[in-house]
Ligand binder design. Sequence first.
Ligand SMILES: Cc1cc2nc3c(=O)[nH]c(=O)nc-3n(C[C@H](O)[C@H](O)[C@H](O)COP(=O)(O)OP(=O)(O)OC[C@H]3O[C@@H](n4cnc5c(N)ncnc54)[C@H](O)[C@@H]3O)c2cc1C
Length: 858
Amino acid sequence: MKSHAKAVVIGGGVVGCSVLYHLAKAGWTDVMLIERSELTSGSSWHAAGGFHTLNGDPNVAKLQAYTVQLYKELEEISGQSCSLHLTGGVMLADTPERMDFLRLAHAKGRYLSMDTELITPSEAKAMFPLMDETNFVGAMWDPVEGHLDPSGTTHAYAKAAKTLGAEIVLRNPVIELAQEADGTWNVVTKNGTVKAEHVVNCGGLWAREVGRMVGVELPLLAMEHMYLLTEPMPEVEEFNARTGREMVGVLDFKGEIYTRQERNGVLLGTYEKACKPWSPVNTPWDFGHELLQPDLDRIAPSLEIGFKHFPGIEKAGIKQIINGPFTFAPDGNPLVGPVQGLTNFWCACAVMAGFSQGGGVGLALSNWMVNGDPGFDVWGMDVARFGEWASLRYTNAKVRENYSRRFSIRFPNEELPAARPAQTTPLYDVMVRDNKAVMGDSWGLETPLWFAPKGTEAKDVVSFHRSNDFEHIGAEVRATRERVGVTEIANFAKYEVAGTGAEEFLNRLMTNRMPKTGRIVLTPMLNEFGKLIGDFTIAKADDDRFMVWGSSAAQKYHMRWFEKHLPNDRSVRIIRFDQTLVGLSIAGPRSRDLLQKLVDVDVSNAAFKFMDFREMAVAGAPCMVNRISYTGDLGYEIWMEPAYQRLVYEAIKREGAEFGIVDFGMRALLSMRLEKNFPTWFRELRPIYGPFEGAMDRFIKLEKNDFIGREAAAKEQADGSKLRRVSFTVDALDADVTGDEPIWAKVNGQDFGTVGEPHGYGAPRFDADGKDVRGSQAATDASAVRGIHDGEWSVVGWVTSGGYAHFVEKSMAQGYVPAALSEDASDGMFEIEILGHRRPARIAVEPPFDPLGEKMRG
Ligand SMILES: Cc1cc2nc3c(=O)[nH]c(=O)nc-3n(C[C@H](O)[C@H](O)[C@H](O)COP(=O)(O)OP(=O)(O)OC[C@H]3O[C@@H](n4cnc5c(N)ncnc54)[C@H](O)[C@@H]3O)c2cc1C
């Protein structure tokens, strides 16, 4: 065993081997994988080996597509067969709601260049004859699905990595990790210590234990999972003989079941409701190649549905039941990337679908380690997406919830109940008990979504269509716009950046100039590639002291970036307040009159202007007040310590009564931002878009100084962006966009090269030989070929978010279209596909509400 390596990968399951291969392929050949036992000694060896591309997050779907396309390359390099069976698969919907879900998934596929197709139950039966089609209302066909040999595939990665120079050490557990002052990791193993610049945790079933070696509790949990294998079935043999091919894979939402052909019989697995965590606190180190005791009673309810839906299977004898553990994060997606607070400690764990995702995870992580950027939008699997609230017990509750609804539909307005409430503000009981708020989870914090008036139930009716909250949100919006409203904004990220180097630090990170004392600016933040990685409100509170507000969900993501760029001379200190600073926002034409009643200073328009910041006592409580509002109306954000929040809220309600004050929730706030064309972080603004594509031009001051990403942004501006963010009004019926819908335009076959490559700079693209041709002419040509056309109409872009703008009474959507089309506001030019129906849409160049911004400035 070598004593030094550029990087040590801990764990030889499919994920560790993929990471090793990708690191070596990216040029880091001085890399080493250390495995406790033999390769595949965790969950990899007993996997059912199924793979597919579909994922609720389009960016994760892209990485899954990459994984599937990689297997041929792996077989060629390694000479090891993966036993690939690319059969294709069908998803079966038994209710109209589940069919709506498939329509949505199919529509998303249009801009992801996925070849899915909506089919009838009878057409599905022709591919999987064991089903009773009368149980279903429709189905979706996906050609890129199949199964493989899990062990062969893991060894193929390992052999390919070794071919490129990587080293693999077996039967040698890593027992300790310690970092020296210069950042070098001592990887202490049973057989000696290896010094490494980087360590990657691919510990699979033991990833939690490996995390604990560096003081990190990773939010993941192993669950027991069962699948059964039947004896040979004559129906299967007959189908194979008749068609000359294998039966397709099937996914049945109702039973949470997947099934497919395995030899001459079938394999059927379920995600049962009565699911069972395995080793919830500590994973035993002596666990290895054994299986767990099967428990047919636990999966009996799912099997009952399965046997009804697939009567052919019930008749077959069960040959074997496999029960094995594998790990999940609270939302079911992997945990990938550098761990905030540590240097050069990476993880690639909680990969619950290693054979769909392992390749993409390896590629993204190796890009990140070698180039400093994952090269894709990996937010959906970034380890930074979970906060401190994602504790062992939180994870246990959430993983069980996620497992038991693995194939269930998540409606756009559906809030999941497990592990809640986690964090609450002092107003929680007032909101829920007195105000009848329907609460949502905002990065672990309970946040009011909307308020149920007297006589109505405070509960969401989940739906893809407009629902029971519609009229109440409308009332909250109208009352705010016409009078005044108050809402909780504790769910923003809040930081203080202070010290003699604070201004220089922020100027280096942000694209906008820093404000003068007492003033506020809005500013994006870019990475070195000139892509959007943040969007902040910054106030200069004092000499050398800035208050920074951003997206709550991105707190660890942003702290990781801030820490990476902190100067070594301790001239900058950053405090992340989280819930030690909470807030209330008042907005609407009477909000100034209300604020004036609560304070002892002059807050007239002359004394307290738009984009001013002041520290002042509000209702006697020490507060910071920003004259700014995401509603786009006259409004104020008021920030205070939690101990004062109730006092300030009660005063606002008491003094606001004479103006007819209402409470409004997050949904009303998001509705109001839509009619102002304001973007949101992680929907409109993401690390796949440039600042000019994102229509953030006025916040990019290329001339101010050499900020991170300036050169790339200047190039984007000089070359002209390919895409542009726009707002639309949509002639919707009873459903609004929710995000990821395709945008059609009447372009008579003209190709803009924007679809098929929607995720911009990093999306993988392969030529016929399996070569990665990202960014090349061949990639552009491939996109053109894969574009979706219908006569004069083509898919040219995609929706990022939208909904109903209640004050202007319009359905609205935001999204990206080719820059050349972004100012075409004519009728009949665009259509947006909502739940399978293409609806006319028009670009709203100016915001429909207060286009000149007179209300917020006045
Ligand atoms: C019954 C079942 C069916 C499944 N079906 C599918 C399917 O159809 N499709 C699919 O994609 N996925 C499936 N999976 C999930 C799949 O198995 C996992 O996604 C995958 O195995 C995760 O791989 P991994 O490399 O992250 O972890 P693991 O396979 O657990 O590998 C981790 C490795 O790290 C080693 N290790 C840990 N700690 C140390 C240490 N301190 N020192 C050295 N080595 C260490 C372990 O020995 C182990 O070999 C299934 C799983 C089960 C149990």
